[in-house]
Design a protein around this ligand. Structure first.
Ligand code: DWN
Length: 407
């Protein structure tokens, strides 16, 4: 695959690398045959000091990432479902959406969010290249097309159905290599008085929480308000507001974007805070690699210590971030023999690279391990509540970020 020579956002040739996580397998490419060869790609992260965009330097074919064997279904998280429903109902009320409106969601997965608009009689269209997820969405009555969102597909859609009053793009603006084509597509499709809401984890929180494991090849970009502001201005759009959700995916921003420049005080304050914190300067990112090394030392001390005491260690969450955690930390199946996950599409497969078998969480009550490494730490509250019986039986949770901690 190709290594970029210019910033994907603004074309700056002088972007600077600040983190090298080695060569890792594709984080969501769960393995069916652990003896089969697996592709690995360099996982290197760079910062552009012209547009503040943080990005990986390797281009991996999106077809490999999101079409072939993509097993992520959004509906396996109750927390995410509640969060999404709140957003949909809030938009219907605040925007006065009704049967004459048109809502488009990019990367609509299994219809987890748009179903809330359908229930209220608001016309929608989902776009997601993952065929199984698109099929699932159509099955539950959410009109969905299994295609990538591009300027070309946006142009065709507007010609067919007219402009969109609302465009929703959750956990996708980090995933599209041609970021400018993606933004241009949204700019073309949006109605004159429409609104775009984009959700992605905050790069500031990624650094603050040492959440290096949320770095993988699906995530080409790691956004700040600064980088989103610069991107939107390149396409005649304006970032006007930002909500923050500290309990979602390790700290998620929801950006509100429109055709007219009308920044809220909250946005202006957040931009000023990001500048003051240093998110617009290379120096802010420079020591992140050393912090990842320290986390590795601390985490492996806890895992190896438990094993030395004859304790068993398993993991919870066959998450993409879990693949980065296991591979970058060197957590082999000798140390952690299996991972549990309630996504039935993942059970029976193996984690990329380290090849832990993925099992049903039911095994935690049948044959409980002494320690459970929370690879899906971003849902720690939901998972620990769900696994109260495991804890009541003496099981311990190992939360790996921001600092490895046995609970
Ligand atoms: O951008 C992306 C992020 C937002 O979501 C996508 N590239 C893919 C995905 O990343 P991830 O796989 O790290 O996401 P999750 O949602 O943190 O993965 C959690 C995993 O844990 C899923 O496989 C579902 C599973 N799970 C579970 O087994 N029991 C989750 C919950 C809440 C549970 O109770």
């Amino acid at each position: 695959m190709a290594r970029i020579t210019r910033c994907r956002g603004c074309g700056n040739p002088d972007f600077r690398e600040f983190l090298d996580l080695g060569e890792t397998p594709l984080a969501d490419a769960l393995v069916t045959d652990p003896d089969a060869p697996e592709e690995r790609f360099p996982l290197v992260v760079a910062f552009c000091d012209r547009c503040s965009l943080v990005q990986i330097t390797e281009d991996v074919d999106p077809e490999k990432l999101f079409v072939d064997n993509y097993l992520y279904f959004s509906s396996f998280s109750d927390h995410l479902l509640r969060h999404s429903r709140d957003h949909a109902l809030g938009l219907i009320e605040s925007r006065g959406l009704d049967g004459s409106s048109f809502v488009v969601e990019i990367a609509s997965n299994d219809g987890y969010l748009l179903k809330n608009f359908v229930e209220q009689g608001v016309p929608v269209l989902g776009m997601d290249p993952a065929p199984d997820q698109a099929e699932k969405a159509n099955e539950i009555g959410v009109p969905t097309r299994a295609e990538f969102f591009t300027l070309e597909s946006a142009t065709a859609l507007r010609g067919e159905k007219g402009p969109a009053d609302v465009i929703i793009a959750n956990n996708v603006m980090a995933h599209i290599p041609d970021l400018n084509d993606f933004a241009a597509g949204m700019a073309h499709l949006l109605a004159d008085d429409g609104v775009i809401t984009v959700e992605n984890p905050s790069v500031g929180e990624l650094i603050a929480r040492c959440a290096f494991d949320t770095i993988y090849h699906e995530h080409y970009f790691y956004h700040s308000c600064l980088s989103v502001d610069a991107l939107m201005r390149r396409h005649g759009l304006f970032l006007n507001d930002v909500d923050y959700f500290g309990d979602l995916h390790g700290g998620t921003n929801r950006w509100w974007i429109g055709r007219t420049e009308a920044p809220t005080e909250r946005l202006l304050a957040t931009l000023a805070e990001e500048r003051a914190t240093g998110l617009g300067d290379h120096g802010y990112y420079a020591d992140f690699g050393q912090r990842v090394e320290q986390l590795r030392d601390d985490l492996m001390k806890l895992i190896n210590g438990a094993r030395a005491e004859g304790k068993t260690v398993a993991a919870y969450g066959a998450a993409a971030k879990g693949a980065t955690m296991l591979n970058v930390m060197g957590i082999t199946s000798d140390l952690v023999p299996y991972v549990v996950d309630r996504n039935t599409h993942k059970q029976g497969r193996y984690m990329p690279g380290t090849h832990q078998i993925i099992k049903d969480p039911a095994v935690l009550t049948e044959d409980p391990p002494d320690v459970l490494l929370l690879l899906a730490w971003n849902f720690a509250e939901e998972i620990m509540a769900q696994q109260q019986a495991y804890a009541d039986g003496g099981g311990r949770f190992l939360v790996p970020v921001p600092t490895p901690e046995l609970i």
